[in-house]
Design a binder for this molecule. Structure first.
Ligand SMILES: Nc1ncnc2c1ncn2[C@@H]1O[C@H](COP(=O)(O)OP(=O)(O)OP(=O)(O)O)[C@@H](O)[C@H]1O
Length: 374
């Protein structure tokens, strides 16, 4: 299901009509090629989403292989919104690069072709496919995830989210399709088009933060604003006065506060994690009754989450352990009560887990993808 955005909410953002190439163009230290589409040979199509497509490409000089995402911004429904998403994505990836984040695809370069109206991102190719396909295949094979497997994958996602949030970024579209599997079987968080960066609006009293409209439009923002990580960042994200209200995400995984259009914080990503946990444990989606369930109905279901969660948990007995149920209820919960990474790590569901190893990607994944060498 595609992410939903309400354009009027995004028009607050002041983005130049023509994308500023200086702000969008980016080259990592390792990348020696040209910022030009002609420097790449397209090998195959890897995937496509609502805003563009991702191809496997080879840089002609170095013969290095990359995943290239292209996003078209002319002749599309809401060009300004698409541009805004493109800058957000670019900025979030640059931030992750600067922080040497191992849980995000590395961005080698980004550039814009203003004649064709396309944004390009040249990323590290993550070859194990997406987590949605992986889960779906398991379901079709009738192989349920074991508790140990679920523990591993949810812990990996906690590490992804914790690092992302630590830079002041909210992902806002956490769903299995946006999670990639690397060659070793570790999970990597992708698709930052819906992300939001808090802005350092230094005040006389030191750091203060707001969801200022300029956050998505500034090309260098990702690398600049969090060089001085605020001491009190997590409490900012919890503070309703400083949080966000844009309606964004993918219905089935959207937190109730996002659906209701009230203030939300990084905790919206942990609701999505709870919805994924429910799916891994039960093999069914929490707020979707059938493939015919409309987006409107899903939103209504999320509004009535308490009753639906109780019924869904009852229906899933005895397949759902008490400890898994407890973690689901800590995540699919009102925002003020929901736990974040700190709380999640202490939850008995994760008893015995090596969090240090998880963080460093040294815990062996339960599954290693077979990589097609061609
Ligand atoms: N770095 C990468 N390496 C390998 N595959 C990738 C990479 N980035 C994206 N993909 C594949 O391409 C698909 C589409 O990418 P992505 O989700 O970023 O596009 P999108 O248009 O923003 O999608 P959405 O509809 O979720 O907004 C992903 O589901 C994934 O399968």
């Amino acid at each position: 299901m595609e992410p939903i955005l309400i354009p009027s909410q995004h028009n607050r953002l002041n983005i130049p009509t023509e994308p500023n190439e200086d702000e969008f163009n980016y080259k990592s230290d390792e990348f020696k090629g040209q910022l030009n589409i002609d420097s790449f040979e397209i090998l195959s199509n890897i995937g496509s989403g609502s805003y563009g497509e991702v191809n496997l490409v080879k840089e002609k000089n170095s013969q290095e292989v990359y995943a290239m995402k292209k996003i078209f911004y002319v002749d599309v429904n809401d060009s300004e919104l698409v541009k805004k998403r493109a800058f957000r994505e670019r900025n979030a990836m640059v931030t992750c690069n600067n922080k040497n984040n191992k849980r995000a695809p590395k961005l080698f370069c980004s550039f814009v072709d203003s004649i064709e109206g396309v944004f390009y991102y040249v990323m590290e190719y993550i070859p194990g496919g997406d987590f949605n396909t992986f889960c779906y295949d398991r379901l079709v094979e009738g192989k349920k995830f074991t508790d140990e497997e679920i523990k591993f994958y949810i812990a990996e996602l906690v590490c992804c989210l914790e690092s992302f949030h630590s830079y002041g970024l909210l992902h806002r579209d956490v769903k299995p399709e946006n999670i990639l599997i690397n060659k070793d079987g570790h999970l990597i968080l992708g698709d930052f088009g819906s992300s939001k960066q808090a802005v350092n609006t230094t005040s006389s009293s030191g750091f203060s933060f707001s969801g200022s409209p300029s956050s998505a439009g500034s090309g260098s923002l990702g690398s600049r604003s969090f060089d001085n990580t605020p001491p009190n960042f997590s409490s900012f994200l919890r503070n309703p006065n400083n949080s966000y209200t844009s309606y964004i995400g993918t219905p089935q995984y959207m937190a109730v506060e996002v659906v209701q259009g009230v203030n939300y914080s990084k905790l919206c990503d942990y609701w999505s994690l709870g919805a994924i946990l429910f799916e891994l444990v039960t093999g069914t989606a929490l707020f979707v009754e059938s493939p015919d369930t409309t987006e409107q109905k899903i939103r209504e279901n999320i509004g009535n989450w308490r009753g639906l969660l109780n019924t869904a948990i009852q229906k899933s007995q005895p397949n759902i352990s008490k400890v898994a149920e407890s973690l689901i209820r800590e995540l699919i919960s009102p925002e003020r009560k929901r736990i974040d990474a700190t709380g999640i790590k202490k939850h008995p569901f994760f008893e015995g887990i090596d969090w240090e190893g998880m963080l460093n990607l040294t815990v062996e994944p339960p599954f290693k993808p077979t990589i097609d060498k061609n």
